[in-house]
Design a protein around this ligand. Structure first.
Ligand SMILES: Cc1ncc(COP(=O)(O)O)c(C=O)c1O
Length: 332
């Protein structure tokens, strides 16, 4: 019932270090694991620790609005870096902001486009960070959910110089109202991060930490992830199957056997904000790609979440979406 350590409950930090080593190829010892209230708090703390007002920071474009907000709140000057089929375009980042202090990236499964950062880009990013003495914020928010092939190793595991700050969360693998995430800090930054965490919240709620530590150590967590992986893969397959008959010529679903959502590309010339409003009018909740973008994207797209719905709801959702988009197409 007393205040715990600012970095969190030791047995949970030990369990997370072991789990990340085995499953995400993260190299760390328990001292490097700093518990936070979800990855959003991790991003906020990291931005405040690493940046002075006016420092430049790379942000993927399109990219995660929560990271953008945390970097802006720390006074960063944002450098949008485009994303292509290989993930974030490191060369473009270097051209636009070689002197940045921080690069925010989602290498396992780019948010929101779903691409995986290629090995050559990973190596280029690490090389740039080493030369520029910059920090990389790796947001590994849903790396566990890969439905084909093996889960991909983290960028942190490739980093031999301690330039990657890895941020993970239980929001996707357990549930978001738990508000539990962690920072894996490089050795040199442990002290700064623990102090920052103490300023933000003094200590964590130990009850949740103790419960999650038992949940992991007793084997429930690994089993839960396996179960959800199968369930989410099935749900994604339902969406794809229904889309084949309903969404042809209206929305082109990107192949992405991972994550918890899908990107669907609209026909050229269709504005995704108009499509979003039309979908909402038909009772379907989607997000337009432009909501995540700095620069205008060449083609509009919608982000579709599917993991929280039963197959019958998903089929109906796809049919309703098709109806909404059909109305749009005839107006183009
Ligand atoms: C890219 C990305 N990072 C992190 C998170 C999770 O944030 P949190 O751990 O604060 O719930 C999300 C949730 O939507 C996300 O999309």
């Amino acid at each position: 019932m007393r205040y715990g350590q600012p970095a969190g409950y030791r047995p949970l930090r030990e369990a997370i270090a072991a789990y990340l080593g085995a499953v995400r190829a993260v190299h760390c010892v328990p001292d490097q694991v700093i518990m936070v209230s979800g990855s959003q708090q991790g991003l906020d703390i990291a931005a405040r620790v690493l940046l002075d007002p006016g420092d430049a920071a790379w942000i993927e474009d399109p990219g995660f609005h929560g990271a953008r907000a945390a970097l802006l709140a720390a006074g960063a000057k944002l450098i949008p870096v485009p994303v292509d089929r290989e993930g974030v375009d490191v060369e473009a980042g270097i051209r636009r902001g070689n002197n940045a202090r921080v690069a925010y990236v989602t290498p396992s499964h780019q948010f929101p486009l779903g691409t995986t950062l290629s090995l050559s880009r990973r190596l280029a990013l690490l090389k740039w960070a080493s030369k520029a003495k910059a920090w990389i914020l790796e947001d590994d928010y849903d790396g566990e959910f890969r439905y084909a092939g093996r889960p991909l190793a983290s960028l942190q595991g490739l980093d031999g110089e301690g330039r990657v700050i890895y941020i993970g969360t239980f929001s996707k693998v357990l549930f978001p109202s738990l508000r539990l995430g962690y920072i894996i800090a490089p050795m040199d930054l442990i002290d700064a991060f623990v102090k920052a965490r103490a300023i933000v919240t003094h200590a964590s709620s130990l009850m949740e930490h103790a419960i999650v530590a038992d949940f992991i150590n007793e084997g429930h967590f690994a089993r839960h992830i396996r179960t959800m992986r199968t369930l989410y893969a099935e749900r994604q397959a339902v969406v794809r199957e229904e889309a084949k008959t309903e969404l042809g010529g209206l929305l082109d679903l990107q192949s992405d056997e991972a994550g918890m959502d899908l990107i669907g590309w609209l026909p050229p010339g269709v504005d995704d904000r108009v499509a979003f409003r039309q979908a909402a009018a038909h009772g379907v909740e989607v997000t337009p790609l432009s909501a995540y973008s700095f620069e205008r994207q060449k083609r509009g797209a919608l982000r579709l979440g599917y993991t929280g719905y039963k197959p019958t709801e998903l089929r109906q959702g796809v049919r309703d979406l098709a109806m909404a988009l059909r109305g749009l197409k005839s107006r183009v």
